[in-house]
Write a protein that binds this ligand. Structure first.
Ligand SMILES: Cc1cc2nc3c(=O)[nH]c(=O)nc-3n(C[C@H](O)[C@H](O)[C@H](O)COP(=O)(O)OP(=O)(O)OC[C@H]3O[C@@H](n4cnc5c(N)ncnc54)[C@H](O)[C@@H]3O)c2cc1C
Length: 245
């Protein structure tokens, strides 16, 4: 049964006015990289609780959440206002099947995120499993503006330390050196993403998609056209998804 843990905010890092990382200290609990918990707050208008992916890997001292405050949303604007020392509730056990154990074997692992969807991938990349299971790992982060590329410096440092990893930022609304420009499904369709990564989307690939529903819907459709179908427990495939709303 779900249990609520009291957690204390240690840091609320503002990447920009529309994106923040909430780092909290909670009693230790087990989870699998890629899973999510619920965050809960008692607000004047009633209790609010929502799902958020863990960005930290298992065993980290602090829990880390990457959040966008949704205008008019019930919980996320209040999370945005939290300060060090404030309390928040965290549900456990963690939930979800967006974990590497659910992904069949392959040669390459393509991790495609929009916005805050990068979170579970950072958690997964902080464990040993992906490096042992896949020869090549591609982390693709699609955002609107360069300032939305949260954790960019950390990811670049990881890619420098792990030659298996290629990191490809994608920015839709402004040019950025080294970044592709366009929506992820369009870059998949045109072959630009494969060209930038120097790799082919074929049956040796496993893809994980996380983030906004249109990206996931359009990418699934496009990938199905290449014979890469959704991965289901009853029917293993090549594309494992986590949709945020
Ligand atoms: C498994 C899972 C993991 C999630 N992990 C994260 C995470 O790591 N970080 C994160 O920021 N959110 C995450 N979400 C979304 C999160 O649970 C909330 O839906 C979001 O924070 C909005 O909550 P709210 O109470 O502020 O808005 P609500 O009052 O619940 O909803 C307002 C509206 O905003 C839409 N919406 C929800 N999220 C977004 C968004 N990011 N951009 C635009 N519209 C949106 C919803 O469709 C809804 O109609 C996750 C969702 C799921 C299902």
């Amino acid at each position: 049964m779900a249990q609520w843990l009291d957690a204390k905010v240690v840091e609320n890092h503002q990447w920009n006015p529309n994106l923040f990382s909430l780092k909290v200290k909670a009693p230790a609990f087990d989870f699998v990289a890629g899973q999510f918990v619920r965050l809960g707050l008692d607000l004047p208008e009633g209790r609010a609780q929502r799902a958020y992916s863990l960005v930290n890997s298992p065993g980290a001292e602090l829990l880390d959440f990457l959040v966008t405050p949704v205008v008019g949303g019930k919980l996320s604007p209040s999370l945005h206002l939290l300060k060090p020392g404030d309390h928040i509730q965290v549900s456990q056990p963690a939930s979800g099947f967006f974990v590497l154990d659910e992904v069949p074997d392959g040669d390459s692992l393509w991790l495609l995120a929009t916005g805050t969807g990068i979170g579970p991938f950072l958690s997964i990349l902080g464990t040993e499993a992906p490096w042992q299971r896949f020869k090549r790992i591609h982390l693709v982060h699609g955002v609107r503006f360069a300032a939305d590329l949260a954790y960019k410096a950390e990811i670049e440092a990881l890619a420098a330390a792990r030659p298996q990893l290629r990191y490809q930022p994608v920015v839709t609304r402004e040019p950025l050196a080294g970044a592709l420009r366009g929506r992820l499904p369009a870059l998949l369709a045109s072959g630009e993403l494969e060209a930038a990564l120097g790799d082919k989307l074929d049956k040796g690939c496993q893809l994980m998609l996380c983030g906004n529903p249109e990206m996931i819907r359009d990418s699934l459709q496009l990938l199905a056209g290449k014979g890469l179908n959704k991965n289901l427990r009853r029917q293993p495939g090549h594309v494992t998804v986590e949709q945020y709303w």
